[in-house]
Design a binder for this molecule. Sequence first.
Ligand code: SF4
Ligand code: SF4
Length: 275
Amino acid sequence: MKIGREPLQAWTRELGLDMVGVASAERYRDIEPQWNPLSILPTARSIIVFGKSIPRSLFRGIEEGTLWMRVDRYLPPRAAYSLCRIFEDNGCLAVPCSPLAPERWPDGVAAGDDKPAPNVSPDIQVAAQLAGLGEIGYNGAFLTPRFGVRQALGMVFADAEIDPDEPFPAGTLCPREKCLACVRACPASALSATPVTRTVGEESFPVGSYRLEACRLCSNGAFPDTSCAAAPPNRLAAACTRACIACLEDSGRIATGYRAPFRRKPAWGCDTFEA
Ligand code: SF4
Ligand code: SF4
């Protein structure tokens, strides 16, 4: 079944979403089975990634040091569920994906010799970059041209044929080693200025590596990943990512602007092992 981009845009707008992109399932032909949506829905033709902006005010209180809360990187399940229902109403098969920490795999016994163990966990940031929504930044956060780091993502796989997007070129939003504001912002020096290489589709680019034990105990806005104790924390509101919000807004590289700057005084911070 062919689904046009206009209906897809309309459906996601109706669900209150701010962005949607499509990666062709063809781009997953070389991905290992445990991370591959085709292990979940072998007839999938389209990997659909969508997002909703997170209000800037959720980060402002943490930036001021007056409010402490988790800022979710992933959308609650309802949007994916509702989108799957719409695909079904239009004659397609669609499966909602709950993003899980890759560290959680394997999480059970394989259902057959030819199958990967559960839970197969496609990387939602990789899918979002392949679907043209934005790029994985040096700090590991997903960056989009409209909101920078400020969105929560969701994903469904469908057997619908939808014209796919081109992958988003790395380096469009994040200048990487020419910036490193995220590295300088970590009071515990947990994000390395020496990059490692990450590959998305046919493109490889530098990203920072984290000192995991420091991030797990981070006292600067990170939140534990409640899906898996071994996983790195959610760093979306941590000092390393808040520096990125200020950097992207001040540089004018993202479309959403505000009258007052995000950062209005020097950032607070505690060295994790001194706090
Ligand atoms: S999560 Fe915390 S400790 Fe880890 S790099 Fe960010 S600010 Fe530093
Ligand atoms: S702070 Fe700079 S180097 Fe770090 S992720 Fe943001 S744009 Fe990239």
